[in-house]
Structure formats: C-alpha cells, structure tokens
Design a protein around this ligand. Structure first.
Ligand code: IMP
Length: 180
C-alpha cells in the first residue's frame, strides 16, 4: 500500500525515512544473530516501554529460542529533546539473577537511559547483559556503550513511528518518519 510521504503530528511535520518492510528485514537479521549467539540458552528479553513495544513484538516472533519477556518503563524525553533525567515508572518485577538478559530498546540517543538501566540490572547479578536496539543515533551518544545488536544507525534527527512517539502521538504509524 502506498504510504503518505509527509505526515503532520501535532505541530510538527515528518517525512518518511525507513519503510516498515525495511525495518522488518533488519529485525529478522538481528533475530537470526541472537538465535545463533544464544543457542542452547534461555534468555530473558527486557523491553523498555513505551517505545519498544512494536519492535519487541516483531523481534520476539523471529526468535526461535525458549525465552521469556518482561517489561520496564523508563522515561527521559519531553517533546523532541532528552531531559537527561531518567524516571523509572515501572520497575523490574522478574528475577534475572543468573540469567542471560537482552535489553530491547527502540532507540539509543544519548545512551543515558540504557546506561542507567545497565547499572540497575547489574545489581541483580544476571549471567550476562546484551543490548538490542532498533535504532541508534551514533553522533548523539554521551556514554560508552557496547551495543551488540542494532538494526539501523540513523542521523541525529528526531524520528517517529513504529512505536516511537512525538509527545505521545504517532506510535501507530507503520513506517519510520523523520522530522522536517
Ligand atoms: P537516551 O536516554 O537519550 O538514549 O534516550 C532514549 C529514549 O529517548 C528512547 O527510548 C526514546 O523513548 C526517546 N527518544 C530518543 N530519540 C528519539 C527520537 O528521535 N524519537 C522518539 N523518541 C526518541
């Protein structure tokens, strides 16, 4: 189906940048890497809400390991900017001690959210922790992170769709759009 090239969400306009189809291709590639790297293990995927809900659903359905998924909810963004302050809205409610953990994130921007999460999770003594992100803005990273699984690197522009929002809206947009 032909999608709109330009959309308006609240007061901002966005142009299409990555199609749902292209995203799903990259998600399958990353899922295949995880299936290979975690063979014989039972990882627990820890998806960071809200933005990762669509990515996590698509990723998990490409995973053929015996695995679990749990959710945490963090928030650092207001409008189109990171505030630098991470709020934990729903905490970890699963025992990860001795388990291999894979964090599932929609986008790594400054990296502060994931860095904070890593700190918290390490306190629970998991067997290992890997990061799996749909998108990465390498030029915005403020911390040193080892991101093992990344579907797409993107430029330093605000994006929306495929689960990512602008001020709460646009998460249901099928393709990924960039602000103009
Ligand atoms: P970080 O802590 O700066 O890495 O920010 C991570 C979080 O900010 C992500 O999980 C998103 O919720 C949000 N975020 C960062 N960049 C964007 C964007 O371009 N569009 C929508 N949300 C974003």
């Amino acid at each position: 189906m032909q999608r709109k090239r330009i959309i308006k969400v609240k007061d901002k306009s966005f142009t299409i940048s990555i199609s749902e189809r292209a995203l799903k291709r990259q998600i399958k590639r990353v899922a295949d890497e995880i299936n290979r790297d975690y063979e014989g293990k039972n990882p627990i995927f820890l998806a960071v809400l809200n933005g990762s809900f669509i990515f996590a659903a698509d990723l998990l359905r490409e995973i053929n390991l015996a695995c679990e998924i749990s959710f945490v909810k963090l928030s650092s963004y207001e409008g189109v900017n990171s505030t630098g302050t991470i709020h934990e809205l729903i905490g970890l409610n699963t025992n990860i001690t001795g388990r291999p953990v894979i964090i599932v994130e929609d986008i790594v921007d400054t990296g502060l959210t994931i860095a904070r999460m890593l700190e918290t999770l390490k306190g629970h003594n998991p067997e290992s922790i890997d990061i799996c992100t749909l998108l990465l803005k390498p030029s915005k990273l403020q911390v040193n992170l080892n991101i093992r699984y990344c579907c797409r690197q993107i430029p330093d522009d605000f994006v929306l769709g495929y689960g990512l929002d602008y001020d709460g809206f646009g998460r249901n947009t099928k393709d990924l759009y960039t602000i103009i």
